[in-house]
Design a protein around this ligand. Structure first.
Ligand code: ATP
Ligand code: MG
Length: 568
């Protein structure tokens, strides 16, 4: 490809809306262009990267027996009604109506469709396991589309679905895919880490997310400093806190005026106590019913854990009117003593002695509140967010935290979809059984963006060889110099003949401009044909990632470059 012909409109200025390096460089290097919020076109360089990620995914899916299919994007509403997800999916689903007034959606995911696809044709255990996947656009009307390809509303996903006869089969499919994902991300040049994740309100099932640790991530990951334990904060178990039970005798309850102090910070300052001595009482609506949730003042409530514990499909903080009804007080003065709604307490709250909490009375708190004496919890459970410094649930060493970008997720579904859609098979005894399913997704565009997050500098992208749009750029310092131009062309031809993906910068531009573009686009290898090296019969090879420069004799350049590429 000649640079003068390549449709890669680069931008000198940083587009204002691009906060992240990946977004910025994909726009500036001419990989993508936005057409609406969260909706992008891929230009030639961007598409080459996407196709390479897809090729790696296809190879690895094929290695674990995955067979590629392509399902429709437009899906009939009836299938979604059958599983209840037409409602559950809410506003994230793009919905449409045809001329006959039939309802459809643009697929946000394909569990319903694939289950429907195979249910009439998979009948016997002999046909199992079955692992089918596709690579296709998905549609989700995200509340906040942002960060370019990282959170789009139209995005490319690889989604695989496995069908097995029993739990053991599902286990094999799950771990086969888990390991395939490890290989895929490693081959893309990503440092991605599997973490335990929450499976949503249905609970019980096993799932891992593959996280790329990056400051730009939207998920908080807690991981152990000494063993392999790592979990999304939504999931991470909060270990026991040191017991305070022996800390002293229970004192009589005492009401204290605390005018206008509603936050833990204000209370601790006003009363001169530690946050660890306060109980935070939050009133929630679980499927519309009020419930009080208690955590220690220095802890954060984890709504995912609370929702899983309550088994409700909707959980939200109660509005001020409900709080006033339940506590007889405005927001900020709730406490567990005398409350007439169910109380869920975090384990750490049960260890507290002589705690401070809201008095359920405007402008008052109570001191010396003791569980068991002054109130009882209907349920005690782990409902707080684990935090850095907490003991690892596996080995006890302290946990630490980092932000992560979720690039993939593997999920044991069990029979949720097969039961709802009656997808069954006959086992060895001729007995009808529901298919046991798993599902496994990778965000293709998000993966490419995550690679940039981990591989860039202030000048641009530093593509790993495996997914670089081209391997090499050949830059003659001056195209007007006959010897340089002829040498550059000869090298370009020789590399093409050796199947190297190469661009020749044939533009009559200053070398600085050409080097800037080469760095921005991120060609892993730059071959500079300049007068000084050439007088010695050499050209200069620069590696984008390290900046290492080597003089290489012109007649050895193809071999030299092919060797670097083969090493990856
Ligand atoms: P998130 O929590 O980030 O919204 P998710 O858990 O809803 O993602 P999945 O349903 O697990 O996403 O989808 C599988 C993969 O698809 C994700 O791991 C991610 O890589 C990708 N993905 C999901 N939503 C988006 C999006 N809006 N834009 C780009 N990629 C996405
Ligand atoms: Mg996910």
């Amino acid at each position: 490809m000649l640079m003068s012909q390549l449709y890669a409109p680069t931008l000198r200025e940083t587009p204002a809306e691009a906060e992240l390096a990946s977004h910025r460089f994909m726009l500036r290097a001419g990989l993508i262009r936005r057409s609406a919020a969260g909706v992008y076109s891929f230009l030639p360089l961007g598409l080459r990267v996407i196709r390479k990620v897809e090729a790696i995914i296809r190879e690895e899916m094929s290695k674990i027996g995955g067979q590629e299919v392509l399902m429709p994007i437009v899906q009939p509403a009836e299938l979604w009604h059958a599983t209840g997800r037409w409602n559950d999916y809410g506003d994230e689903m793009f919905r449409l109506v045809d001329r006959h007034n039939r309802q459809f959606c643009l697929g946000p995911t394909h569990e319903e469709l694939i289950t429907d696809l195979i249910r009439s044709e998979v009948r016997s255990y002999r046909q199992l396991p079955l692992r089918l996947y596709q690579i296709q656009n998905k549609y989700r009307d995200e509340i906040r589309p942002r960060f370019g390809l990282i959170r789009g509303r139209e995005f490319i996903m690889k989604d695989m679905y496995s069908f097995d006869r029993d739990e053991q089969g599902l286990d094999e499919s799950y771990w086969a895919c888990y390991h395939a994902y490890e290989r895929i991300f490693a081959r893309c040049g990503l440092d991605a880490r599997p973490v335990e994740a929450d499976s949503g309100a249905i609970g019980g099932d096993v799932t891992h997310e593959f996280m790329v640790l990056a400051d730009a991530g939207e998920d908080l990951v807690l991981y152990c400093t000494s063993c392999e334990y790592a979990a999304n904060v939504e999931r991470a178990e909060a270990g026991p806190v040191a017991s305070a039970k022996a800390a002293g005798e229970q004192l009589p309850m005492e009401e204290v005026a605390t005018p206008g102090t509603t936050t833990i910070q204000e209370i601790t300052a006003f009363l001169g106590v530690e946050a660890t001595q306060c109980i935070k009482t939050m009133i929630y609506l679980a499927d519309g019913e009020p419930v009080a949730a208690l955590v220690r003042g220095d802890h954060e409530l984890n709504e995912v854990k609370l929702q899983r514990l309550l088994g409700c499909s909707q959980l939200e903080l109660a509005d001020p009117e409900t709080i006033a009804q339940v506590t007889n007080a405005p927001v900020g003065f709730a406490g567990p003593v005398g409350l007439a709604v169910p109380i869920v307490a975090d384990h750490a709250v049960l260890e507290m002695v002589n705690a401070v909490t809201g008095a359920n009375k405007a402008d008052y708190h109570v001191k010396n509140v003791n569980v068991g004496r002054d109130f009882n919890a209907d349920k005690a459970a782990d409902i707080r967010a684990a935090q850095p410094g907490d003991p690892c649930p596996t080995c006890g060493a302290p946990l630490t935290s980092a932000w992560g970008i979720e690039v993939g997720q593997v999920f044991k579904l069990g029979t949720k979809y097969s039961a709802a859609l009656k997808a069954t098979f006959l086992d060895e005894n001729g007995k009808e059984q529901p298919l046991i399913m798993g599902c496994y997704g990778i965000g293709v565009g998000r993966t490419a963006a995550a690679v940039i997050e981990q591989n860039h500098d202030e000048h641009g992208i530093c593509w790993p060889m495996s997914i670089a749009p081209y391997h090499v750029i050949v830059v003659p310092v001056s195209v007007k110099d006959e010897q340089q131009w002829e040498t550059a062309q000869a090298i370009y031809k020789a590399l093409q003949d050796a199947q190297v993906e190469v661009v020749l910068d044939d533009r009559d531009e200053r070398p600085g401009v050409k080097f800037k573009d080469a760095d921005l686009i991120g060609f892993p290898i730059r071959i500079t044909v300049g007068p000084k090296s050439l007088s010695q019969g050499n050209v200069e090879v620069t590696l984008r990632k390290t900046g290492d420069r080597t003089e290489v004799p012109v007649h050895q350049i193809t071999e030299y470059v092919v060797n670097i590429i083969s090493k990856g």
